[in-house]
Design a protein around this ligand. Structure first.
Ligand code: CP
Length: 321
């Protein structure tokens, strides 16, 4: 693997999932692999899980880690070419990314969408320029449109908890929120589940109210419904997540009642396990009774962020040498 920005960067998702599970059982066997190698983690937005799990993954591999909170501690970056920089930006991404590449063997980057201009966000202009100018392998810590480390951890969680003979029915279920949230997590989850479905690993359904359709580039082969009960019938896993409208981009739209998952919803399921990437707003996105109850996998899932990150960093380190 040369970079990790989407499922398309991986030759074999099953192999990567198995590698993550192997590392969970034997975390410190590759300490020599990362010796004298440095990971730089660059954040333009807040993080708890991604920051700590990726840092710990690098330490398990014997790497040095540096964290840069670019939004608070770095110079204001210019991304446009041909600008006379006489405004608020202080440093161009051409120099900033190239300099970080001088200090690090691998770089991780988190950069959320601005949710103002859909074409700009979906062009991943900032991410692509960072990759172009830094000159070292880049791991996405969540971009404007994808969160692949989260999706890998999600697939690992399904893989290690599924005990059934047939493939599981996995449902991505839209949830309410008061703010306009990015589509990165649901896009990425859908993209990974569609790939897993193609490989015969899962059956995948997406449920959302009308007006919250995802960009269809991320949902090839998924069953899509506006009926939550229909989607949850026979479900083995329910992945709860809010996202804002792709069509009415950046807007907070009114939504129908009944989309916050409760125990009542789960009665039609196959005793489904419930997942969420976290952070979660209790009793807005997901009921406390589900979060605190036996269906919830959210802490297990967050724990698997470590092994997902370690599997990806290990693969990238092997490609360096
Ligand atoms: N799920 C996730 O990426 O969490 P953080 O935003 O806290 O890193």
């Amino acid at each position: 693997m040369k970079q990790f920005t989407s499922v398309n960067d991986i030759a074999d998702i099953n192999q990567l999932v198995e590698a993550a599970i192997a590392l969970k059982n034997d975390p410190y066997s590759d300490q020599q692999l990362g010796k004298n190698k440095t990971l730089g983690l660059v954040f333009l937005n807040p993080s708890l899980r991604t920051r700590l799990s990726t840092q710990k993954a690098a330490l398990n591999l014997g790497m040095n880690v540096m964290v840069m909170n670019m939004d608070k501690e770095g110079w204001a970056l210019e991304t446009q070419d041909g600008m006379v920089m006489n405004g608020s930006t202080v440093e161009h991404i051409r120099e900033a990314a190239a300099v970080m590449g001088q200090y690090c063997d691998i770089l991780g980057l988190r950069s959320f969408p601005k949710l103002k201009d859909r074409e700009e966000d979906y062009s991943e202009d900032f991410f692509n320029k960072f990759i172009k100018y830094c000159g070292v392998p880049v791991v996405s810590l969540e971009s404007a449109t994808r969160h692949p480390l989260q999706s890998l951890a999600d697939l690992v969680t399904i893989r290690e908890t599924w005990k059934g003979a047939a493939k599981p029915k996995v449902v991505l279920a839209w949830a309410p929120h008061v703010k306009a949230l990015p589509q990165a997590v649901p896009n990425s989850f859908a993209e990974w589940m569609c790939k897993a479905q193609q490989e015969g690993l899962v059956d995948f359904t997406i449920a959302h109210p009308a007006g919250f359709e995802l960009n269809e580039d991320f949902t090839p082969g998924a069953a899509i419904t506006h009926n939550l009960e229909e989607a949850l019938t026979g479900a083995d896993y329910v992945y709860v997540k809010n996202w804002s409208s792709y069509q009415d981009y950046g807007k907070v739209l009114p939504f129908p009642e009944g989309w916050m998952l409760t125990h009542e919803h789960l009665k039609v399921s196959n005793d489904a396990k419930v997942m969420h990437c976290l952070p979660v707003r209790r009793d807005l996105e997901l009921s406390s009774e589900v979060l605190d109850g036996p269906h919830s996998l959210v802490i297990h899932e967050a724990g698997n962020r470590l092994w997902a990150a370690q599997a990806v960093l290990k693969d990238l380190l092997q490609s360096l040498s």
